[in-house]
Ligand binder design. Structure first.
Ligand code: FES
Length: 165
């Protein structure tokens, strides 16, 4: 992200409409964003999962360690809605009591700021400096990779469809 670029508020829609919709996707300044309304709070984050680029749009939301997390539909990675932190459950082999606990991988998914002004909702794209893994799928290379994968899947679907005839 360009940290020198001044932040801009993007109008997303009317609050009531977004509450009804619960989720929506938008492209702001070439970036795909998922907006979620969950438990009276709006969240915005990069649409494509940092792990392998799957869309998070239909991910379930779970509460883990008192944080609301979206669960990527593809490989079930968990990402906190508020921070974009990747979390995982594991045993610490250094501990005698080897029970499963939640650990953090750090910030993996770029989250953006949502602002309510009267009945309108705005998003400001994050200009948090440095590379965050979900940035990859907002680059030309990342998008090309996703497109290629999608095309190969479409090809497979066509092959299967041909078998029906
Ligand atoms: S693409 Fe999201 S968990 Fe793998």
């Amino acid at each position: 992200m360009d940290e020198k670029k001044p932040s801009r508020l993007y109008f997303i829609g009317k609050k009531e409409d977004l509450i009804q919709a619960k989720r929506m996707t938008v492209t702001l300044d070439g970036r795909d964003i998922l907006i979620i309304y969950h438990q009276r709070t709006f969240h915005a984050m990069d649409l494509q999962c940092y792990h392998a680029g799957s869309s998070l749009e239909t991910g379930d939301i779970e509460e883990i360690n008192n944080k609301h997390c979206i669960v990527c539909p593809k490989h079930k990675y968990k990402i906190t809605l508020a921070e974009g932190e990747g979390i995982y459950k594991a045993k610490n082999p250094m501990e005698e009591d080897s029970t499963l606990r939640w650990y953090s991988k750090g910030i993996k998914q770029r989250v953006h700021e949502v602002t309510e002004v009267d009945e309108d909702i705005f998003v400001t794209l994050s200009n948090c400096p440095g590379w965050i893994e979900s940035d990859y799928y907002q680059t030309e290379t990342g998008r090309a990779e996703l497109k290629k994968e999608q095309e190969s899947k479409d090809g497979e679907a066509d092959v299967n469809a041909d078998e029906d005839f």
